[in-house]
Design a protein around this ligand. Structure first.
Ligand SMILES: Nc1ncnc2c1ncn2[C@@H]1O[C@H](COP(=O)(O)OP(=O)(O)OP(=O)(O)O)[C@@H](O)[C@H]1O
Ligand SMILES: [Mg+2]
Length: 273
C-alpha cells in the first residue's frame, strides 16, 4: 500500500543566541493510511518538533515531508494538531460554536444547517451532546479533551497529530479518553500520530511505534499484540519489557557522551540534547 505520510531525512536545527540545538536529525519513516502510530521517547528527544514540522508550523532545515505524494510546505486543513494543554477551545464560543468555527474556516461552502448538523453529529460521537451550548469554562478537563477531539474530527483532516493529548488528565480520565480515541479511530479510519511518554498508553493505542532518542529515530517497530490489549496477558508483558528496554536504552544514550552528528554544521557549536 502507498504510504500516506513520508518523512525523508528530516532535520530541524534551533539556532538561539546561546547555542545551536538539533531538535530532530535525519529522521525518516513512513505511515500508511489509517495507521495509529505511537511516538515515544524521553523529554527533549524531538517529539513535538517532529509533529510541528509535519503540521507545517515549523520549517525543517533539510529533508522533506510528503502527504499523499505532495510536499508539505506549510499548515493545511489536511492535518490537525491536538496539544497537551486544556485551553485549546475559543473561550468566547460555545462548544458547538467552536466546532462550527473550525469547520467554517476550512469549508466556506457549508450551509448553517449543515454546519449545525455536523457539529451535533461529532458532539454526539464524543458524548457531549448535552454540553453543546455550554462554554469551555463550564467543562471538566476530560470534557474539554472530548471537545478538542470532536472539533479535530469535524474538519475531516487526513491526519490527526496528537501531542501528549491526555497528559493532563487523571488515570480514570486518561483511560476513558484512550478508549474513546480507539472507538473514533475505528469508526473514522483516520490516520493518527500520537506522542506519549507513557509506555502502556503507547502499547494500548499504537499499531506502529517510533522510539526517539536525542532527536533521532532509534527504532520503528510494529505492535504484535491483537486488540484489545490486556495488561494481564503474558504477550503484553513481554512486549512491554521489550519496549521499555528500547526506551531505557535511549536513557543511557541521553546520559552518555554526545554521539557523532550526521549533518553538516559547525559541530563545535552544536549541543546534542
Ligand atoms: N523553539 C525552540 N527554540 C530552541 N530550541 C528548541 C525549540 N523548540 C524545541 N527546542 C529544543 O529542541 C529539542 C527537542 O524539543 P521537543 O520540544 O521537540 O522535545 P519533546 O520530545 O517534545 O520533549 P517533551 O517530551 O518534554 O515535550 C529540545 O532540546 C528543545 O530544547
Ligand atoms: Mg513535547
Amino acid at each position: 500500500m502507498k504510504p500516506l505520510i513520508k518523512v525523508k531525512a528530516l532535520t530541524r536545527i534551533y539556532d538561539t543566541s546561546q547555542n545551536v540545538i538539533a531538535g530532530i536529525k535525519d529522521v525518516s519513516f513512513e505511515v500508511r493510511e489509517g495507521e495509529l502510530v505511537g511516538i515515544i521517547g524521553r523529554s527533549g528527544c524531538g517529539k513535538t518538533t517532529l509533529l510541528r514540522c509535519i503540521a507545517g508550523f515549523e520549517k525543517s532545515d533539510s529533508g522533506e515531508i510528503f502527504l499523499d505524494g505532495k510536499r508539505v510546505s506549510g499548515p493545511g486543513p489536511d492535518r490537525f494538531m491536538v496539544f497537551q494543554g486544556l485551553d485549546q477551545l475559543f473561550p468566547w464560543l460555545t462548544v458547538k460554536g467552536n466546532l462550527i468555527f473550525a469547520m467554517k474556516t476550512v469549508n466556506k461552502d457549508m450551509t448553517p444547517k449543515e454546519l449545525r448538523e455536523r457539529a451535533e453529529y461529532f458532539l454526539e460521537l464524543v458524548g457531549l451532546s448535552a454540553w453543546a451550548d455550554r462554554y469551555p469554562y463550564q467543562l471538566s478537563g476530560g470534557m474539554k479533551q472530548r471537545a478538542f477531539l470532536a472539533r479535530a474530527l469535524s474538519v475531516s483532516p487526513r491526519v490527526l497529530l496528537m501531542d501528549e493529548p491526555f497528559g493532563s488528565l487523571d488515570a480514570f480520565g486518561r483511560k476513558a479518553m484512550q478508549d474513546l480515541l480507539l472507538k473514533l479511530w475505528e469508526k473514522t479510519g483516520i490516520t493518527i500520530l500520537f506522542v506519549t511518554h507513557d509506555i502502556d498508553e503507547c502499547i494500548k493505542l499504537s499499531d506502529k511505534i517510533l522510539v526517539f532518542a536525542r532527536g533521532t529515530l532509534k527504532y520503528s517497530i510494529y505492535n504484535p499484540l491483537p486488540r484489545p490489549r490486556m495488561v494481564e496477558d503474558a504477550a503484553y508483558r513481554e512486549f512491554l519489557a521489550k519496549l521499555s528496554r528500547m526506551v531505557e536504552e535511549e536513557k543511557d544514550i541521553a546520559e552518555g557522551p554526545a554521539r557523532e552528528p550526521s549533518i553538516n554544521l559547525k559541530w563545535a557549536d552544536v549541543i546534542l540534547q
